[in-house]
Design a protein around this ligand. Structure first.
Ligand code: SF4
Length: 337
């Protein structure tokens, strides 16, 4: 991209909403997804995966510094692209506390390079309290605990992993490219290295046929990992995905809101973890008796095991509410990332 004034900053399309929201700095370390085959995922489709050069990433960090200085000096900002300025202003206003490394699997970067980027970022902005990224379980599993510790010590504090399911058949069906064993190994290693670990689970991913085993085996895998956070991201089917074709030909039958609550009940009953369980996405659109959200949607979620009974009672409440009153993911195309 032509950038005669040196204010361009490359950013990717997504980040987890709980990572500082608009107040988080996005640093693009890789482009797109090295796997790109999950049949429910519309992101990065057909886009070539690339690890960005360390110097280019550092160049972006320098650009951020330059723009922050200009903001603080009250300089003329008219040449700074609007989106870049918007992000850096919000981040600066929030105290420059959080950053997120994009895109979908930063841990695939060779360890020395990733450490160099992280150290440069932390050195440039000592106010950073949290740096986070997405990572795939199989990629984490391929690194040694020693390497992971180096990355953690360089400043990456939290990993967001798309577990989706702990069931082998579901993982194969959706072409996740990860086995339950790799999920467990990756999750355990991440914890051993000192990362805060956030695992994303997708209610509904087994469809009607595999719903029971999806619930049972997901709980089993999570019990082995005992992540810090379990985040529920119910399945929707986006038209640009392979899953859409399976659904259209009835090879994949989506579960209803009540069926998903039954699935969730079985999963929660099976959980023996000390994690925080979060419903921090609008697609957790079950309603309570009062018509409001059934589960609290805050990032702080519910503490397990202490609040397990409360969650199970809420699930029962949701089952008592007529199905038509819940948000039905079968009728929305929004994605659940
Ligand atoms: S879900 Fe994650 S790993 Fe799978 S294709 Fe999408 S970005 Fe890649």
């Amino acid at each position: 991209m032509t950038d005669p004034d040196g204010y361009h900053l490359e950013t990717g399309p997504i980040r987890p909403p709980n990572e500082g929201g608009a107040g988080s700095l996005l640093i693009r370390a890789t482009r797109n997804c090295p796997w790109d085959r999950c049949i429910f995922c519309p992101f990065y489709k057909g886009q070539r995966f690339q690890i960005r050069e360390v110097d280019d990433i550092k160049g972006d960090i320098d650009t951020v510094m330059k723009i922050v200085d200009m903001l603080e000096d009250g300089s003329d900002m008219s040449k700074v692209p609007y989106q870049t300025l918007y992000m850096i202003k919000a981040w600066n206003r929030g105290g420059k506390r959080t950053a997120f490394l994009q895109d979908s699997n930063s841990l695939i970067i060779p360890t020395d390079q990733l450490v160099e980027v992280l150290e440069y970022l932390v050195e440039s902005f000592p106010s950073l309290e949290r740096i986070t990224s997405y990572a795939r379980s199989d990629t984490i599993a391929r690194k040694s605990v020693h390497e992971l510790k180096r990355i953690r010590e360089a400043g990456l504090t939290r990993l967001h992993v798309g577990l989706e399911s702990g069931d082998e058949e579901v993982l194969e069906l959706v072409k996740k490219g990860v086995t339950p064993e790799q999920h467990i190994e990756g999750g355990k290693k991440a914890k051993e290295a000192g990362f805060e670990l956030s695992e994303y689970v997708m209610p509904g991913l087994g469809g009607k046929e595999l719903s029971k085993q999806h619930a049972y085996n997901t709980a089993k895998v999570l019990n082995q990992i005992d992540p810090d956070y379990i985040r529920m991201r119910p399945l929707t089917v986006h038209p640009l995905t392979e899953l859409h074709g399976l659904r259209a030909t009835d090879q994949f039958r989506m579960t209803s809101p009540h069926e998903r609550l039954e699935e969730l009940r079985s999963m929660v009953e099976g959980l023996e973890v000390s994690s925080t369980l979060c419903f921090d996405h609008f697609l957790n659109g079950w309603r309570g008796r009062d018509g409001g959200p059934l589960f609290k949607t805050s990032f702080s979620g519910y503490r397990l095991p202490d609040e397990k009974e409360q969650i199970l009672e809420l699930i029962q409440e949701g089952l008592d509410v007529p199905e038509s009153q819940h948000l039905d993911p079968r009728r929305t195309r929004m994605n659940s990332f």
